[in-house]
Write a protein that binds this ligand. Sequence first.
Ligand code: FES
Length: 167
Amino acid sequence: MERESYVYKTPASKLVQVAAIAAEYRDRPDMLMTVLIRAQKVVPAFSKAVASVIAREMNIPMNQVYSFVTFYAMLSVKPQGKYIVRMCKSAPCHVHGAKEIVEAIEEQLGIRIGETTEDGRFTLEYCPCLGLCEISPAIMINDKAYGNLTPESVKDIIKQYIREDVE
Ligand code: FES
């Protein structure tokens, strides 16, 4: 059966650009923030591949890069996707299977909740009640609402966005 998951890898040309930036600051861990700010102009998200290139070229531990990237996320500096998929995490949606919906989206997009796909197209996040409890479990993608979801139906919806088949 054809796998419907959505896989995007940071293009090698972008990794080369990030590597060149990071290499300017080899053995300068104090310049990590500068490197991340410059790298962010090249790549829309700090994937594992991007983080490991930075760690390698700067000659610093990977977990140091990760701790800064996490810090970035807390400041909301991390770029958000073109499509923001918001999963309601309030009780009515929860009892109607929100967890299974999130897992289906995570599998399809290849990201975890709170993350953005490497091409910057999708961000997946939790939010409080969307006011759609009567059609729970529900999500919103940007300003569009979708309810009565099943893992299968949400994958069909996400597929439309992957194909840019939405108005
Ligand atoms: S509880 Fe999910 S929309 Fe209200």
